[in-house]
Design a protein around this ligand. Structure first.
Ligand code: ITT
Length: 202
């Protein structure tokens, strides 16, 4: 039997690297948007991570006629009323870079004392089946925002986020270690279980 193809509906290569390491399932071939010449346009105007993840997964499923998986994620800072939240990718002026995002966050948080610098990352995954069936799965990791950029791996806010119980930022961890504890790692390991259970039903 041939492999089932699933499109990973993200144009963020940092996410693709992390997700492909987890969704390594026999019987499933993961494609990303980079494998298609046609582009999809999605306005991420949902109020929640889940809403945006469903939008992205549905759009890719319709466009390519294959099952699709989308990740909508972001950083919620307690002292900023959970911002930047769903706007995490757009928190700095374009052209947005990870460095700009981190520097803007540190600027906005400069007067926040160490004890109040708690934050968490959220990852909502939506799986859109070929028949329109939707499954939503979430993962979350708590941590703190430090006062300067540390580390060069990862993407987005990884250089300023230290997960709870650790001393290093995500940007100082190899992908495998970040995946063990991250919001995306948690959500995609559950997604992996979900996909494996569907394969067993077939
Ligand atoms: P797609 O919509 O194409 O998937 P995107 O980067 O625009 O790519 P989101 O809308 O989900 O994705 O925005 C998520 C942003 O939140 C992302 O760009 C980072 O700035 C931040 N973020 C999410 N997960 C992160 C992680 O593991 N480490 C660091 N920053 C992260």
């Amino acid at each position: 039997m041939g492999k089932i193809k699933i499109v990973l509906a993200t144009s963020n290569q940092g996410k693709v690297r992390e997700i492909k390491k987890i969704l390594d399932i026999k019987g499933i071939k993961i494609l990303s948007l980079a494998d298609f010449s046609e582009r999809i346009r999605i306005t991420e105007n949902g109020r929640t991570f889940k809403e945006n993840a469903v939008k992205k997964a549905r759009a890719a499923q319709k466009k390519f006629g294959l099952a699709a998986i989308a990740d909508d994620s972001g950083l919620c800072v307690d002292a900023l009323h959970k911002k930047p939240g769903v706007r995490s990718a757009r928190f700095a002026r374009p052209p947005v870079t990870s460095e700009k995002l981190c520097k803007k966050l540190l600027r906005v948080m400069k007067d926040i004392p160490d004890k109040k610098r708690t934050a968490f990352f959220v990852c909502a995954v939506a799986v859109a089946g070929p028949g329109g069936r939707i499954k939503i799965i979430e993962g979350k990791v708590k941590g703190t925002i430090i006062r300067q950029l540390k580390g060069t791996r990862g993407f987005g806010y990884d250089s300023v986020f230290v997960p709870r119980g650790y001393e290093k930022t995500f940007a100082r961890m190899p992908i495998a270690q970040k995946n063990k504890i991250s919001h995306r790692g948690i959500a995609f390991r559950r997604t992996r279980e979900y996909l494996s259970s569907i394969l067993r039903e077939k």
